[in-house]
Ligand binder design. Structure first.
Ligand SMILES: Cc1ncc(C[n+]2csc(CCOP(=O)(O)OP(=O)(O)O)c2C)c(N)n1
Ligand SMILES: [Mg+2]
Length: 1115
């Protein structure tokens, strides 16, 4: 028996009567019941099987009793009568009646005898019907008809009443026999308030109840929602699916669906015809996704949305750009032509590029902006980026509830359940500083991932189960039923507009071709593909249906298809006239006006007036204006006092330097957003941007939000414990507006490697692939301080390895040297040692006329180091960021007698100076800090080396030799010291993106370059040619090519493939040219190579550090 019934029977048993009634009568206990009911309502998790007694149907049962009692007190049991008379019962607000099914149960006393009270069979039967209704609502989706191929569809079973139904034991469990026979089918049952299948009817015959439930829950839509902890939301969904007639469409609506489906299908067919050997990751088998997206956008626009930001993988992307965004078809077709780019960027494959379109929505007649964010191959990596971009757009529009800007994320079935970043992103969905107020997730579920079946790619029943953790309703729908799909999309858009929470549409279709169009699916899924070959496509099925019902004629169907083909043909002809592709056409986040009128080589000053520093310092060190009422922790009072003392002395520590940077930018109207784990206080308890009232919960004060009356908003947010999603989110946030300083801080630098895909695929290479700039700052606590292998290194070497400046190329020296380097590089990597330099480099992010990501090692022990302080004079007007901090002591005064120059970066500088002082070698050893490691300050290094012309040069680092900066700086030092460098190996140019452009004839990523013209000797030669070919005397031939065993140049067609060199054409130090060994060298001092990032123990750390200091500080 259903649990609710068991509990109720117990309550009605002779003994229980008394106990139950007594319990109810004690007001204390009745409060308990109410509380228990309410608590159960919020605690609810999972299916009805796990449901506690006093929630859902039981709670509504009490309510029904109450309604019955109101009409006729004698119609309810005496215990209920006593309870209600005591005035103890209060209808909980979320259990308030939602419909008119309020007839007393006695009205359905079908037991025969005319009696005021229902007999127990009537009660049992009604409870059983209620339980059946609830079973359908909870588990009907398990038997729904979702698979267009019918492979997974469950057979109908013949029930006791002789009718075949899909709802099986999985759905109905102990009610599978319905407890009723054929004789009961015409019996009338009162419908509970938790169903809407009756429409205006308060009761229905059992047969009708079962049929309607079957139709709603076990047909082409499977709704998963009963795990949601809100009765209001559950009822809202029930109403949308159960109300009779919800699936009725007008002929106009049907024709619109058909037209959209025709375009979606026609687009793929056209590409298949024109570019049969090209990969396009077609949507065949799930074409309904295009009308589905359009429906979501139409309904959302109608409900007030003005901007939609989409993230999606490869599958169906071109179709989405063409038919959802209405990107000009000729621009899309041009991508197939393998043309050269007319602008910067190495580009990306066509099914990764983003777009941004503003257009009139013809259905709603409203203007709308649609953006598809460019994404890498790494599935789902774009999800948090889209969320960050959406959040930023909402922020800049003042759209605090997400009514105007929304995101749609499209997923593949295998990726949605397989990639952890989906889960991480889902968990941002309801966090105050990260929510985008509801995302609609659409899964293009083709029931396969490349060659792998779902049963081998997930352990969960559905690919969508990840969404259950955030209480998102999940609408599974058969992709071959366009009307069911449209209904689900409408409900999803309304859900988002009503509750501003995530929901999922699971479009269950199939994949007509292989993973891509040149892949053979029969190798691995033979039976499935035999079925697919015989299966009519969705367009044909729907057209047949509409023709059969008389909504359209066969001619109309053909003419709509022909019309679209003509449109494609015209665009195809236009595309043929294009000579270049323009990556700027594929920007997802245009920064209109940002670059215009700017001198691309001019940096605005970063120093500010001293009075500004003092003002910010005073505010930052003061308690809230209502300090008397706001109780601050004593420890923080001391922190504020220490800050105030520093301001009075006009010096800043790390936290104050950071606050000066933030505060001064906020004053200038630049929005600052700092996000990451525990950033409000700061992992090392040094920041304290948010003061907490010690006596009042959630009462906080953030002085940086109150610096100036007209300042820009400052937001500092403790994030969820995620790096991948949160870093992606902040990257997306930074893409939206260049006039904002967006910072992400890792708890410790090494944790950033769980966000490696965002670093590799977006931050380091986004500009190169998608012409997209970002000024995002990554703050990475870094330093070997004896904390063990973790918590020590941010893996600086990895960031440096991805820097795109050429180790062998000394750019021309000029006043613009530094800014040109910054302009040309992919990102900036720095390790600052003073608060002033930290302050300047943050401000420089905004002062630059372009945007580059900044990877910044930040200190731990230096946060409180007495010497790591900067006078205000180093931050005020006239001061600037120092790429190198030269030695300013006795050594510099007597440079030619200096025996050794120790170059270093980061906190080890303080250890080195201490050791030098202890050994009294200040005159003999100069210590030079390289603060901006990349782009490498060739000019300043050269200057320093020339200054100490007789000195031995040493690079000292505390990281292991194969880590830290050494492998990056060594070749660059040699170039800086000798202007060019001895090249002992054939050098492959560094490029900051690992991308190459592919040709139409060859889809493999062969690396090569562009110069196939007659001026090729002026340009750089392809590295393969340099290695193997011997057409020019100045290139290095290898033994391999000499033997003729393998000549790669012959094996690869290098003509059409491009390769971006940073080096200007024809430079004297062209790669491959051998130089004689000359000049000065730099040697290494520090730890030996190591496998882990730090030492095993504190003692070992100290031993090794001392050895390093002894080595470095010796003459
Ligand atoms: C992070 C990541 N791992 C692996 C791949 C390689 N890969 C490309 S498509 C694909 C299958 C994706 O299946 P699904 O998500 O169901 O999308 P579908 O191609 O079926 O539309 C795989 C494994 C990838 N692109 N990204
Ligand atoms: Mg798939």
């Amino acid at each position: 028996m259903h649990r609710a019934h068991t509990a109720f029977s117990l309550a009605l048993s002779p003994m229980a009567h008394k106990n139950f009634a007594t319990w109810l009568l004690s007001s204390n206990s009745s409060q308990k019941l109410i509380k228990a009911t309410a608590a159960a309502a919020v605690r609810t998790y999972n299916s009805a099987a796990a449901e506690p007694f006093a929630n859902g149907s039981t709670a509504s049962y009490v309510e029904e009793m109450y309604n019955a009692w109101l009409r006729d007190p004698s119609s309810v049991h005496t215990s209920w009568d006593a309870y209600f008379r005591s005035n103890s019962y209060v209808s909980p607000p979320n259990l308030a009646p939602v419909q008119a099914n309020t007839l007393p149960l006695s009205a359905f006393n079908l037991g025969g005898a005319v009696s005021a009270a229902p007999d127990s069979k009537t009660i049992d039967d009604h409870l059983a019907v209620q339980a059946i209704i609830r079973s359908y609502q909870s588990r009907g989706h398990l038997a729904s008809d979702l698979d267009p191929l019918g492979i997974l569809t469950r057979e109908k079973t013949v029930c006791k009443d002789g009718l075949a139904r899909r709802a099986n034991e999985d759905v109905l469990r102990q009610h599978s026999g319905f407890l009723f026979g054929e004789q009961d089918m015409e019996r009338q049952f009162k419908l509970p308030s938790t169903t809407f299948i009756g429409g205006d009817e308060a009761s229905l015959p059992l047969k009708e109840i079962l049929n309607r439930l079957e139709n709603v829950y076990c047909n082409k839509i499977g709704v998963e929602f009963m795990f949601i902890n809100s009765l209001e939301q559950c009822n809202w969904i029930r109403k949308r699916f159960e109300t009779p007639g919800v699936l009725n469409f007008t002929p106009e609506e049907k024709r619109l669906i058909l037209a959209r489906l025709t375009r979606a299908t026609g687009f793929e067919a056209f590409l298949a015809k024109k570019y049969s050997s090209e990969k396009r990751f077609g949507l065949e088998g799930c074409e309904i996704m295009i009308p589905a997206l359009k429906e979501i956008i139409d309904v959302s626009t109608e409900l007030g949305v003005e901007s939609v930001i989409m993230g999606m993988p490869h599958r169906g992307r071109l179709n989405t750009l063409a038919n959802v965004c209405r990107k000009p078809l000729n621009q899309i077709f041009t991508q197939f032509a393998g043309l050269e780019a007319a602008d910067d960027g190495s580009g990306d494959v066509k099914y990764h590029l983003g777009t941004y379109i503003e257009r009139l929505n013809r259905v709603t007649n409203k203007n709308i902006r649609l953006a598809v964010v460019a994404n890498p191959s790494h599935l789902e990596a774009v999800d948090p980026v889209v969320q960050g971009k959406t959040r930023a757009e909402q922020f800049y529009r003042g759209d605090q509830e997400g009514k105007k800007v929304m995101s749609i994320l499209i997923h593949g079935d295998a990726a949605f359940c397989g990639q952890g970043v989906v889960y991480e992103t889902m968990h941002l969905s309801d966090l105050p500083d990260y929510t985008t107020h509801g995302t609609i997730h659409v899964v293009a579920n083709n029931q396969i991932g490349f060659t792998t079946d779902p049963r081998f790619s997930r352990s969960s029943p559905y690919c969508t189960d990840v969404a259950r953790v955030v209480n998102a309703p999940i609408f599974h729908v058969n992709a071959d039923d366009p009307e069911a799909v449209m209904h689900v999309c409408k409900v999803a858009a309304e859900w988002r507009a009503t509750f501003h929470k995530d929901c999922v549409i699971d479009l269950v279709g199939y994949r007509r071709n292989g993973h891509n169009e040149i892949d053979e699916p029969m190798f691995t899924q033979p039976l499935m593909y035999q079925k697919i070959r015989k299966h009519k496509n969705c367009l044909d099925l729907y057209a047949d249906k509409l023709i059969a019902e008389g909504t359209v004629t066969g001619e109309e169907v053909k003419s709509v298809a022909a019309k679209y083909e003509n449109i494609c043909e015209e665009a195809f002809a236009l595309a043929k006239t294009e000579t270049h592709v323009k990556y700027k056409d594929w920007l997802d986040s245009p920064w209109s006006g940002f670059f215009e009128g700017k001198d691309p080589l001019k940096v605005a000053p970063t120093g500010v007036k001293e009075e500004t520093l003092i003002h910010i310092g005073n505010r930052f060190s003061s308690p809230p204006p209502n300090a008397a009422e706001f109780v601050i922790h004593k420890g923080l009072m001391r922190v504020l006092a220490a800050r105030k003392a520093m301001v009075d002395e006009k010096v800043a520590d790390w936290a104050l330097g950071e606050a000066m940077a933030f505060g001064s930018l906020l004053k200038e109207g630049i929005h600052v957003r700092l996000s990451g784990q525990d950033v409000e206080r700061g992992t090392f308890s040094h920041r304290h941007h948010v003061l907490h009232h010690q006596l009042v919960d959630k009462a906080t004060y953030n002085s940086l939000q109150h610096m100036y009356p007209d300042q820009a908003p400052y937001s500092v947010s403790n994030s969820s414990l995620s790096e991948y999603a949160v870093l992606g989110f902040e990257h997306g946030y930074s893409m939206t507006n260049p006039n904002a300083l967006v910072l992400w801080e890792a708890q410790f630098g090494d944790f950033s490697n769980t966000a490696q895909a965002i670093i590799d695929q977006f931050i380091s290479s986004g500009q190169s692939k998608w012409v997209r700039q970002s000024g995002l700052v990554m703050l990475l606590p870094h330093g070997m301080e004896g904390m063990g292998p973790e918590h020590s290194s941010c893996r600086l070497e990895r960031f440096l390895q991805m820097s795109s400046d050429d180790p062998d190329y000394f750019p021309p020296e000029s006043d613009e040297f530094a800014i040109r380097q910054l302009h040309d590089i992919n990102w900036i990597v720095a390790n600052c040692t003073t608060p002033a330099n930290y302050y300047h480099i943050l401000r420089r992010q905004i002062a630059l006329p372009f945007r580059k990501p900044l990877i910044l090692c930040t200190p731990k022990s230096l946060l409180r180091h007495p010497e790591a302080k900067s006078p205000f004079s180093e931050m005020s007007e006239g001061s600037e960021f120092l790429r190198i901090i030269p030695d300013r002591g006795p050594a510099a005064d007597n440079a030619s007698n200096v025996k050794k120059v120790v170059f270093c970066t980061g906190r080890v500088y303080y250890d080195l100076t201490k050791a030098r002082t202890e050994k009294q070698l200040e005159k003999d050893i100069a210590i030079v800090r390289v603060e901006q490691v990349s782009p490498f300050p060739f000019d300043l290094v050269k200057e320093q080396a020339n200054l100490y012309k007789n000195a031995e040069l040493v690079w000292a680092q505390e990281e292991h030799k194969n880590q830290g900066c050494w492998t990056y700086v060594q070749p660059r030092f040699l170039t800086a010291l000798n202007h060019s460098r001895d090249i002992s190996q054939s050098d492959e140019q560094s490029t900051f993106s690992n991308t190459t452009t592919t040709t139409t004839t060859d889809n493999t990523n062969h690396e090569s370059d562009t110069d196939s013209d007659s001026n090729s000797d002026k340009k750089s030669k392809p590295w393969l040619s340099r290695m193997f070919a011997s057409d020019k005397g100045d290139t290095v031939a290898t033994a391999t090519s000499a033997t003729g065993e393998f000549n790669a140049a012959k094996h690869f067609d290098l003509k059409n493939v491009r390769h971006d060199f940073n080096r200007p054409a024809g430079d004297a130090a062209a790669p491959g040219v051998r130089k004689t060994k000359t000049g000065r060298k730099i040697s290494y001092t520090g730890r030996a190579c190591g496998a882990s990032t730090a030492t095993g123990s504190k003692a070992q750390h100290i031993r090794e550090l001392n050895a390093l200091l002894n080595d470095a500080i010796s003459t």
